[in-house]
Ligand binder design. Structure first.
Ligand SMILES: [Zn+2]
Length: 80
């Protein structure tokens, strides 16, 4: 399926698989191009190192998800 990337605005084919096995992963698959996702993966490693995030900690995971949404321009889920 062709998508328009929410980060760079390019038309691209969506990723073959959601990059994470979650609702957010599906949202990313439908809105972010593969090269922006790769860019996020590199940025994520830097953030984890810089802030010494422990991803076992739910607060750290939440903080990283906020960074991910801001980086990729993926809005938070609206409350139902
Ligand atoms: Zn993109």
């Amino acid at each position: 399926m062709p998508i328009t990337c929410s980060r760079c605005g390019s038309a691209a084919d969506e990723m073959a698989q959601p990059p994470m096995p979650t609702a957010l992963g599906i949202q990313i698959q439908r809105s972010v191009c593969p090269s922006c996702w790769q860019e996020w993966l590199r940025t994520q490693v830097m953030l984890i190192n810089e802030y010494r995030l422990n991803l076992v900690d739910p607060e750290a995971r939440k903080a990283l998800e906020g960074q991910l949404r801001a980086f990729l321009n993926v809005p938070a889920d609206r409350p139902e």
